[in-house]
Design a protein around this ligand. Structure first.
Ligand code: PMP
Length: 366
């Protein structure tokens, strides 16, 4: 029978898939608006789709993928200006969180992360029999001083997220460097930059330069968000020390599939697409935040592609009413924020549809 620490794990709650809501409500999938999982409203770039079309031959798909993701790793390494040996590719970046825990944790060992965290950090820690330590945030911000103080000798991993999910707040370069200076080299600091490409330049951490300086820093990024490849599952991590090699020992041999590798390699340098995504997202953020202001709703000003907004005691009811209209957002009770919802930034039309429904439902619910 399974160990009790496995039975204690709450499964990850993903945003409801469009197909599921369509079935439940008898709606057409194309009429459903999903702003729940911070996906890319522009879809995948043509550069990725072209690469998938080329890779999707009968012969190629019948073969196992390149288990070492040679082309993709080299493309990423070239873009970042680091050796390919520093890169590890995962089935989404969340796989790399799990493999990092597997490589570093054991019963009695701990991981540390902030309140308002991506739930995978906790699940992956518990799955290894490790002990998760959740450090209270300062308001909505990650309290780096408190996290540094929580790093006791049992701690092997610290998870930090910038911009953070679900708050959209960033960690500054100066604060992060000061933090790294306080952490013993035996502790791996995972800097989860899943939403990096949405962050204005001046608020980004120069994380690859820091990887070169701090052997215990592991930076993770993904093709799921700005690159629009969430359905293909590709992410990667960068570390200058032994973590890629350790993770390589324990990862499933063909963890990143052929089409995912081709798509990611096809679009990794598609800066024109990333620029379009960035611009559209920033104007969508403004549209949503202006909409919330005009409805007198409190929100956390975001640097990412989602906004955390305060609804009040009727947040769960509002969520149900939105679902009835075919709109999926992320209720935040599981983040410990039952009065808040998180809304992904969509296209201008999608944001407008959401804001109109919100306005009407708030008037009805009050
Ligand atoms: N980190 C954070 C903070 C996220 O929100 C997500 C996705 N929701 C991920 C990592 C994982 O993304 P993926 O596995 O698709 O790369």
């Amino acid at each position: 029978s399974a160990p009790s620490y496995i039975r204690g794990i709450e499964p990850y709650k993903a945003g409801k898939p469009i197909s599921e809501l369509a079935r439940e409500k008898g709606l057409q999938p194309e009429n459903i608006l999903k702003l729940a999982s911070n996906e890319n409203p522009l879809g995948a770039p043509e550069s990725a789709l072209q690469a998938v079309r080329e890779a999707a031959t009968a012969h190629n798909v019948a073969l196992y993928p390149d288990g070492n993701a040679y082309n993709l790793k080299h493309a990423i390494a070239k873009r970042l200006g680091v050796p390919a040996e520093w890169i590890i590719v995962g089935n989404g970046s969340d796989e790399l969180m799990g493999l990092t825990c597997e490589a570093l944790l054991e019963p009695g060992a701990k991981s540390v992360y902030s309140q308002f965290y991506f739930s995978v950090y906790r699940i992956d820690t518990l799955a290894c029999g490790g002990t998760p330590v959740e450090v209270p945030a300062k308001g909505f911000a990650i309290d780096l001083d408190a996290i540094a103080k929580a790093v006791t000798p049992e701690v092997r991993v610290v998870f930090l997220t910038t911009p953070n999910n679900p708050t959209g707040l960033t960690i500054s370069q100066a604060d992060f460097e000061a933090f790294l200076g306080k952490i013993p080299p035996s502790v791996t600091v995972v800097l989860d930059e899943a939403y990096r490409e949405f962050v204005p330049e001046e608020d980004r951490i120069d994380s690859i330069a820091l990887v070169k300086k701090y052997p215990n820093l592991f930076v993770t990024r993904t093709f799921s968000k700005a690159y629009g490849l969430a359905g293909l599952r590709v992410g990667f991590g960068v570390n200058s020390s032994e973590l890629p090699e350790l993770v390589n020992r324990i990862r499933p041999p063909f963890n990143c599939n052929t089409l995912a590798q081709a798509a990611a390699a096809g679009c990794v340098n598609d800066q024109a697409f990333l620029d379009r995504v960035y611009e559209m997202n920033r104007s969508g953020v403004k549209q949503l935040e202006d909409g919330f202001s005009s409805l007198n709703l409190e929100f956390v000003p975001t640097k990412s592609n989602f906004v955390l907004v305060h609804i009040g005691p009727k947040a769960a009811e509002l969520n149900q009413a939105l679902l009835d209209r075919g709109i999926i957002i992320r209720p935040c009770a599981s983040f410990g924020l039952p009065e808040w919802i998180r809304v992904s930034v969509g296209t201008a039309d999608q944001n407008e549809r959401f804001l109109a429904a919100l306005k009407e439902l708030l008037a009805k619910l009050s």
